[in-house]
Design a protein around this ligand. Structure first.
Ligand code: NAI
Ligand code: MG
Length: 497
């Protein structure tokens, strides 16, 4: 097995990695369908093709779903919980054994800085470890029906689950869907984003190597239209976990309605970071920077709106701009502060937001334009950007940009900050920076969001439920609550006298 520097050397020399699979992962192997159609995957740091993968279609989806259904009914449903736990534990260990390959592949496919890719892969291992511990604790309830009856519930796996995965956190999103689904006894058919197919394929093989029966985790690659759509309308899919845009989420929900298939939707965000005048300034500055510039802002839960009290606004923003100007851009493999964005199309979308804002006379304090890797002159980069004094009705404060663009909204006081925080169609997360314990928790209760971070943005891990309010979607992933999507409660009541 090659280590990271050997993999990077191979990439420098050949422009690709030999270890990347080609073919869907179905029934325990990388199958190349007869149609043999392929697509290209790009390294966003260079803006160049670095690998090919299979462009699937409806027939491939059908084969994968049938394989999963067969495997679910014949092998997996009745595997004992403790044996499921052991397989998930072994998967966690195998992910760590393959850390270098998974991280380098993730960086090449998504563009993200290598140190962030390492964090994501380790997080995926932790996710399997966490849900391994839950397999044999899916306990039901019993009911006091009096001496003549017995009443209890059991949690059954929902069946074959579809997982539609976006390109910003490929292995993390795959893991947080696959692990609870498998822990609950479900089968998985996944469709990674066409921009970032490789780590989901590698993960499916590791699950198989860890002892998961063939067919219980299948991965079909290709576009949303050709693979995602047939997967979500397939009659043998019992549940869909979707992460992505609001627009596609709506389509998935409508499609799911035809077969009355269950859905969990994890959609966009425009999350506020509320910074009050009594905060620890250094803690808040670090938090705000990480909230918007990690993964170049391509995070559904990015803190993309700084909502700050007027009395500290000027001083705080001046320091923020100075720190932002010192961020190093570069190819993900060079471990920069900020990597590229994922695709040329996405770069154009971010550019459009800033071009329109400039026409409206926006106060762009730093950044604001597309650029390249300073070392190579290549790649799809956007400068880390801060736009000051944005009105709450401006599209910069209302629409998800999904890039390294922070908008600043000035609040008169904590009440005004609350109003601004909630004045948005999304409700995914919110950050609060203050040293006033009571005020922090009062705000936490009143902000309409699925999760609140106090004095550390992105605090918490797999233990903490995650999901959206308003247009950010519904249903919760992560935590024990994340298991609920993959279980059906069955109530049993019996007369015994
Ligand atoms: P998208 O929502 O279209 O793509 C997400 C996944 O859905 C991909 O795997 C895609 O192939 C699949 N998909 C597309 N059409 C489908 C269909 N009809 N049926 C089933 N699956 C389908 O998002 P896209 O185009 O990649 O990005 C657009 C915007 O969405 C971004 O600019 C960003 O604002 C937002 N986004 C939000 C994410 C989040 O984490 N909540 C992740 C990715 C994008
Ligand atoms: Mg790619």
């Amino acid at each position: 097995m090659l280590n990271a520097s050997e993999l990077i050397a191979e990439y420098e020399k050949t422009g690709t990695l030999e270890a990347l699979p080609i073919g869907h992962f179905i029934d325990g192997s990388f199958a190349r369908p007869a149609h043999n159609r392929t697509m290209e995957s790009y390294d966003p740091g260079r803006g160049e093709v670095f690998a090919r993968f299979t462009a699937g279609g409806e027939g491939d989806v059908d084969e994968a779903v049938r394989s999963s259904k067969r495997a679910f009914e014949t092998s997996w449903r009745d595997v004992s919980p403790v044996e499921r736990a052991r397989i998930l534990h072994r998967t966690s260990a195998l992910i760590l054994e393959n850390l270098d390959l998974l991280a380098v592949a993730e960086t090449l496919d998504s563009g993200k800085p290598l140190q962030e890719a390492y964090g994501d892969v380790k997080g995926a291992a932790r996710t399997f470890e966490y849900y391994a511990g839950a397999c044999d604790k899916l306990q039901g309830d019993s009911f006091p029906l009096g001496p003549d009856y017995v009443g209890y519930t059991i949690h059954e796996p929902v069946g074959v689950t579809a997982h539609i995965i976006p390109w910003n956190f490929p292995i993390s999103t795959a893991a947080r869907g696959f692990a609870p689904a498998l822990a609950a006894g479900c089968a998985v058919v996944a469709k990674p984003a066409e921009q970032t197919p490789f780590t989901a394929l590698l993960l499916a093989r590791l699950l198989y190597e860890a002892g998961l029966p063939a067919g219980i985790c299948n991965v079909v690659t290709g576009t949303g239209a050709e693979v995602g759509a047939p997967l979500t309308r397939h009659a043998d899919i019992d549940h869909i976990t979707f992460t992505g845009s609001v627009q596609t989420g709506r389509t998935v929900m409508k499609t799911a309605a035809d077969e009355v298939t269950r859905v969990v939707l994890e959609l966009g965000g425009k999350s506020p970071v509320v910074v009050l005048k009594d905060c620890d300034k250094d803690q808040a500055l670090n938090g705000v920077l990480g909230a918007i510039f990690e993964n170049a802002g391509q995070i559904c839960s990015a803190g993309s709106r700084l909502v700050i009290e007027r009395s500290i606004h000027e001083e705080f923003v001046a320091e923020l701009v100075s720190r932002t100007k010192s961020l190093q851009l570069g190819h993900g493999l060079s471990k920069p502060d900020l990597g590229p964005v994922n695709s040329a199309e996405h770069l154009a979308k971010i550019e459009g937001f800033l071009d329109r804002a400039k026409v409206r006379g926006a106060d762009v304090l730093t950044g604001g334009s597309a650029t390249h890797d300073p070392a190579s002159g290549k790649g799809w980069f956007f400068e880390p950007t801060i736009v000051d004094r944005v009105s709450d009705k401006d599209e910069l404060a209302q629409e998800e940009i999904f890039g390294p663009v922070l908008t600043v909204q000035v609040a008169e006081d904590a009440d005004d900050a609350l109003r601004l925080a909630n004045d948005c169609q999304y409700g995914l997360v919110a950050g609060i920076y203050t040293s006033d314990f009571a005020k922090a928790h009062q705000l936490a209760r009143k902000i309409d969001a699925g999760q609140i971070y106090i004095n550390e943005y992105f605090a918490g891990g797999i233990e903490v439920p995650f999901g959206g309010n308003k247009k950010s979607g519904f249903g919760r992933e992560k935590g024990l609550e994340g298991l609920a999507s993959y279980c059906k409660t069955k109530s049993i009541a019996a007369k015994i006298a």
